[in-house]
Design a protein around this ligand. Structure first.
Ligand SMILES: [Fe+2]
Ligand SMILES: [Fe+2]
Length: 134
């Protein structure tokens, strides 16, 4: 696999992380209940760390972090709708990281993506648990 192809895959991951950061931050601000709001804020910070790691890797490979995001969909209005949206974003991220870990042969990159994947799995658990409590 050429560096260019790896950079493209990592930029896809980065796009997902930026989407998550923006949606989680916004939903955290408009959620009045303390616990879900704080959780969204904390997890947005995790996603920022993921974006940072991905960007470093992209630059190390000679690429440029794209810093793009898709059109933002915050989910249906209200905390339940927001949490449902976040659950679906985490599921999407998990599927994408699993796919990219399988595709990318570089050991160091796979290790880092696997670490991120495990955090996404924890995020999914946290959001799912919060949703159950609503
Ligand atoms: Fe992430
Ligand atoms: Fe996540």
């Amino acid at each position: 696999m050429k560096n260019k192809e790896i950079i493209d895959l990592l930029n896809q991951d980065l796009t997902g992380e930026i989407e998550a950061i923006l949606i989680y931050m916004r939903n955290s601000f408009v959620t009045s209940q303390c616990k879900p709001s704080r959780t969204m804020e904390e997890i947005a910070k995790d996603e920022m760390r993921h974006a940072e790691k991905l960007s470093e890797m992209i630059v190390d490979l000679g690429g440029v972090p794209s810093m793009l995001h898709k059109e933002l969909d915050f989910g249906q209005r209200g905390v339940k709708g927001y949490l449902k949206k976040l659950v679906s974003l985490e599921k999407g991220a998990i599927a994408m990281y699993k796919d990219h870990i399988e595709k990318i042969p570089d050991k160091k990159i796979r290790k880092l993506l696997t670490h991120i994947l495990h955090e996404e799995e924890e995020h999914l658990e946290e959001f799912t648990e919060l949703l159950k409590q609503m």
